[in-house]
Design a protein around this ligand. Structure first.
Ligand SMILES: [Zn+2]
Length: 161
């Protein structure tokens, strides 16, 4: 226990720990996420990997279960980073695997959010932001792009079954 009677500071260790415990208690969804120790450990590892790639601290990465991309009982963590100016960046820990951090962005065909490319370096994200990675010649999405449940039903990349 902290050696203080002060009110927890927003963003401090006490406040974040209390929030994490509350989030775990409140997780009643199926499939389970925060109350599943392995899911939580891997999601937090994804956030640490993303933070290292972006050059930020892991506490700046907000983790939420992406039930759109829940393959079986294993939702992918949606990783969101919001900058002080309000700019939001979204990524996925594909298969809840910290070795598979994907960018999330608009499908070139339907415009809906889909996993687009690997994030192995900051340059990978920059090439998506300046659209050079999305040109007809360069677009080489991750295999999970095709048949991702985020596409519209009429998108040529939508699931076929
Ligand atoms: Zn699409």
């Amino acid at each position: 226990m902290p050696d203080t009677t002060a009110t927890p500071t927003a963003g401090g260790i006490t406040a974040r720990a209390l929030h994490a415990a509350d989030r775990r208690r409140r997780d009643t969804a199926h499939p389970p996420t925060w109350r599943d120790q392995r899911w939580a450990e891997r999601a937090e590892a994804c956030a640490r990997e993303l933070a290292a790639l972006l050059g930020i601290t892991p506490s700046q990465v907000q983790i939420s279960p992406d039930y759109t991309r829940a393959y079986g009982d294993w939702p992918w963590p949606l990783l969101t980073v919001t900058e002080p100016d309000g700019t939001t960046h979204r990524f996925l820990g594909a298969h809840n695997n910290p070795d598979q951090i994907f960018t999330l962005g608009p499908c070139p065909a339907c415009g809906k959010q889909a996993p687009l490319g690997w994030l192995r370096s900051l340059a990978d994200y920059g090439a998506q932001l300046d659209a050079t990675a999305l040109s007809d010649d360069a677009f080489d999405p991750v295999p999970e792009f095709r048949a991702d449940p985020g596409h519209t039903p009429t998108c040529p990349h939508a699931p076929t079954d």
